[in-house]
Design a protein around this ligand. Sequence first.
Ligand SMILES: [Zn+2]
Length: 319
Amino acid sequence: MMIAYDKQPHIRQRLLQAYHKDKLAHAYLFYGKSGVGKLEVAKWFAKLLFCKQVGETGACVTCSVCKRIDLGDFPDVDIIQPDGASIKVEQVRQLKESTHYSSLENKRKVYILNHVDTMSISAANSLLKFLEEPEQDIYFLLLTEHKDKVLQTIQSRCQLIPFVSISSTIIEKDLIDRSVPSHLAKWISLLTQDSQQALEWAESDTFFEFHQAMLHWAKLLYENDVTSFVYVQTTLAPFIQDKALAFVGLDIVSLYMRDVMLSAFDVSNVHFKHKSMGHQEGFSTKDMFLFIAKAKERLYANVSAQVCYETLSIDIVRL
Ligand SMILES: [Zn+2]
């Protein structure tokens, strides 16, 4: 699914200026975390080069060329993804051959190489030869989440473009614009900076159920309820077999505790207002966040998520 809002407006602006001044580089390295819009900006760039109705803000995005580029169905824009775990030398060879077969109306070609850090050494060397002798109308957009893993020799042939993370406010607004209930949109925006991930969660029933279950568990923990231990086995266990979700779950608990406590003081930067549940006898905020941090450490150390959660439950109920 495409993102509705314009991600990375500054980068688009910079590329657009270079385009209008006829100063585009032949190779760019877009780097930044997952979900910050690298592939979208790369396609946007390709449209700029092929759309017949480029205006002040870029390509028209509605003509048949623009639509075909979006769908990955335009012959002169190739999007190369890793074949299995890596981009293979064979893929780069095919790319080289295809430069000789441009469509009739265009000599121009755009190659978008996604996850370029996964290139085998031979593939990288093959690509390097290409970058060393740039041809007039051929453009390379190399995309990576791990710039450090891209050969220095390749980096030095590219103009480097860092992609910044997208703010939680923008992610939240985008989700609300897509009719995601505002409460859930807010939660998701606080839990991830990856807009693609945010969308997946917003559309997933499993995530919704998991989130509800985690909030219930957090409440049990806050109330020092001994059933919180059993709740891990009866309800949370199937969700947290997914390790990524197990980490997210701990973030949900942290955010919940933060808000419950701040709500008691009626301060303004509470994410979600909670009815004051009163201060728990002997409850130490400092210890609780320490226990949550410890649970995360255990998860990193590959202790099973269920054990981490059960231990956290015992630690907190004992407080
Ligand atoms: Zn167009």
